[in-house]
Design a protein around this ligand. Structure first.
Ligand code: DGJ
Length: 728
């Protein structure tokens, strides 16, 4: 890995064993993008960005009619100098003038990587594992500075990027747009992949041809949202799971974001991602700095698999933090689908007793446990135990749970407030709302104004009391509505455009404090399922409840989409009852288990009502899961079936040491003209042999990968099969 500056052609080269990223300074002032992709031994610039005198192209240098910023490949494009593609930043001074002239000023190259104050970002454990290039652009008239950060890691095909704007003048400015990165490319042979969906149907994979217009991926809901994901992948038309090039970007951010893919008039491609300018305007005072979130750019020459493998290992090892980064995650029983709001001490302890007999390790008391919470119309904000439902209190409950050999987890939805709550009576001004109108409700609740530090302090203290009193080992942190009525009585008039981003900063500061205070707690992120399943939240909470849809068949698609970016250890997945509560489908317990055990396994059904046969099956499932949990949670994950085929799901785990292999196949509907499915295994040692535990058969790794494994016919809908191989 190295970053070098080549003086003779003013070129920066960032490279490791697999990738190169090249930038050049032209005309002493413009920062040009030259290349990002597979490593180039000695970059000289054969693929020139030739410039011609073209119609309607402005010329910043009046003596050179061929030179236009509109046709140049740029690192961080502005507006107002004749580049009419999307700009990476936009400012406005008090007189309404938004014209700028930022020119390259200087660079700094150093070992390691800086954190971004107040925002999540990937990190290094030693200075030797990464290098950073900082490029400084300066507007000498306005006295504003832009810093661009590029970090290259030694061991990952990854470049991380972020930007900041520093106000060195004595005038305030409005910052209306500051993207985290911009990537221009000469080469436009790409399809575009994104992830979108809805509540209970998150992270669907979409792939389409790159059009001649702009593709926008965004959220303006206050969170990254179930509808969208801050992720864009450019994939070659011929790219498959196993082969072909991919350039993917993922933003480490949990609020409103926007990502653009734009094909220009002359065929160049521009990709950007950052805070959504639609809901953003930051008032930047003299001597203040505004930092963008960080974006991770991944290059893969080994198809989507290569991209996912890189995201998985990078996020697991350099984004997730804390004790649980490297600890096996417990088997849970969650009370939501078992009890909904019909929670009581007696029922809960009955569940806990039964759960401990089945081998569950942590029981999570979901919604409905706090003061007056009989349904979803009240009590959010009043984080004390409901004495009618739990007469002996939280401490007693926790002691009883421990007595059964379990740990206690608890559900919270801290960012919310119900109109029917003591907190609302005391602090109606703590709601995000305009005083001119009644705020819009969603799930009968309002959103707390996390831009106000008093609100954040209240939440930290109220939550700390619960966590301490209950000796809580696990928190499910929920968030069940999006932001409306974007006005804060706490912020000044000029700061109102900052609300959405400040909300996220407030949330991050609460989470950071709680992480520090309670390092032994496992935090699970949830927003009605995977509604905020993003890299930003992963920095504070190493796992996420992937979807409120617990149906095994619906989950195939959701978990597959999730797996594009996020490792299995970050994904909560539960076995629930049948008929399934979201879609009414009846699937075999075995299939529900096979799908749920491909993440962090939990159960979410009233186990006290199950037959002895079902209880025995669950007890055996848990014994099995514990025996292979390291393979799932710390191993490598491969998608085996083509996700465009709707009738099947197939995937595989290989343990970190390569010795254990799990292959799961799910048939959706049994078909009359059965086409024999073949799974081509992945990640095996072609020279080694593997024993299939069920049959005792031994196959070479090469055969399993190149000839494949066929799945015998079963005349049963929703049938699943699990194969376990060991390397011999
Ligand atoms: C939404 C979550 O996704 C569910 O699992 C459950 O916790 C409910 N909220 C509780 O209100």
């Amino acid at each position: 890995m190295k970053i070098e500056y080549r003086d003779d052609d003013a070129t920066f080269i960032l490279e490791n064993d697999s990738i190169s990223y090249v930038i050049q300074i032209v005309k002493d002032r413009y920062v040009k993008h030259c290349y990002f992709g597979k490593k180039i031994r000695d970059f000289k610039g054969s693929c020139k960005n030739w410039m011609y005198d073209r119609g309607f192209c402005s010329n910043p240098d009046e003596n050179d009619r061929t030179f236009s910023l509109d046709t140049m490949l740029r690192e961080f494009p502005d507006i107002n100098q004749g580049d009419y593609r999307h700009s990476a930043y936009q400012i406005e001074s008090e007189d309404g003038d938004s014209v700028t002239r930022f020119y390259y000023k200087s660079y700094n190259i150093y070992k390691g990587k800086k954190a971004i104050a107040g925002l999540p970002s990937v990190y290094v454990e030693s200075e030797d594992e990464a290098m950073t290039l900082e490029l400084t652009l300066f507007d000498t008239v306005r006295l504003l500075e832009i810093n661009l950060f590029y970090t290259i890691y030694r061991d990952y095909s990854v470049i991380t990027r972020s930007s900041e704007l520093v106000n060195k003048s004595d005038e305030s400015i409005k910052l209306k747009r500051l993207m985290s990165f911009n990537l221009d490319m000469q080469d436009n042979r790409w399809d575009v992949m994104t992830l979108s969906g809805s509540h209970t149907n998150e992270k669907n994979i979409y792939r389409r041809k790159l059009g001649s217009d702009t593709l926008l991926v965004e959220s303006s809901r206050g969170t990254s949202s179930p509808q969208s994901t801050p992720f864009i992948a450019l994939v070659r038309p011929e790219t498959t799971e196993k082969s072909g090039e991919v350039i993917a970007s993922n933003l480490i951010y949990s609020g409103n974001f926007a990502g653009f893919v734009q094909k220009s008039q002359y065929g160049t491609v521009r990709v950007q991602m950052g805070i959504n300018p639609e809901t953003f305007c930051w008032h930047l005072n003299p001597s203040k700095t505004f930092a963008s979130p960080e974006s991770v750019l991944v290059y893969s020459e080994n198809g989507l698999q290569g991209m996912s493998q890189t995201f998985h290992s990078f996020y697991r090892k350099r984004l997730c933090r804390g004790e649980y980064r490297d600890l096996a995650r417990p088997v849970l029983l969650n009370t939501w689908e078992a009890m909904y709001f019909e929670v009581s001490e007696e029922k809960f302890l009955n569940l806990a007793k039964e759960a401990s007999e089945l081998g569950v390790e942590t029981i999570v008391l979901d919604d409905g446990w706090f003061k007056g919470r009989l349904d979803d119309t009240s009590s959010l904000g009043d984080w004390v135990m409901d004495v009618k439902k739990f007469p002996k209190g939280l401490k007693y409950l926790s002691e009883q749970v421990e007595h059964f050999g379990l740990k206690l987890g608890i559900w919270l939805e801290p960012e919310m407030i119900s109109k029917k709550s003591d907190l609302y009576q005391q602090h109606p001004d703590w709601v995000i709302r305009s005083n001119r109108y009644e705020p819009i409700v969603s799930r009968a609740q309002y959103v707390l104004d996390l831009t106000n530090p008093d609100v954040c302090s209240y939440l930290i203290e109220a939550i700390s009391l619960v966590l301490t009193e209950g000796n809580i080992a696990y928190v499910k942190w929920d968030m069940n509505r999006h932001l409306t009525d974007l006005y804060s009585t706490f912020l000044s008039a000029e700061q109102q455009g900052e609300l959405s981003h400040r909300y996220v900063l407030g949330l991050y500061s609460i989470l950071e404090t709680l992480n520090q205070r309670f390092p032994h707690i496992l935090f699970e992120n949830c927003s009605s399922g995977g509604g905020r399943y993003d890299a930003g939240m992963l920095y504070y909470m190493p796992q996420t409840w992937a979807s409120d849809n617990t149906d095994a068949i619906s989950r195939l698609k959701i978990q597959q989409g999730t797996s594009l970016i996020f490792p299995a250890i970050t994904m909560g997945s539960h076995v629930s009852g049948v008929p399934n509560h979201q879609v009414g489908r009846v699937t075999p317990l075995k299939t529900r288990f096979h799908v749920a055990m491909s993440g962090n396994l939990g159960y979410e059904l009233d186990i006290t009502k199950l037959s002895d046969i079902e209880k025995n099956e669950i007890a055996e499932q848990i014994i099995f899961y514990k025996s292979i949990r390291d393979v799932v949670q710390f191993g490598h994950y491969y998608r085996l079936s083509d996700f465009t085929k709707q009738n099947q799901g197939g995937w595989q785990f290989v343990s970190e040491d390569g010795k254990d292999v799990l292959v799961t196949y799910v048939q959706i509907l049994s078909q009359p003209a059965y086409e024999i499915p073949i799974l081509y295994l992945n990640g095996l040692d072609p020279k080694a042999n593997y024993r299939e535990k069920g049959s005792g058969e031994i196959y070479g790794g090469d055969e399993l990968m190149y000839s494949g494994l066929t799945i015998p016919r079963t005349k049963e809908d929703f049938h699943s099969t699990l194969y376990q191989f060991e390397k011999i």
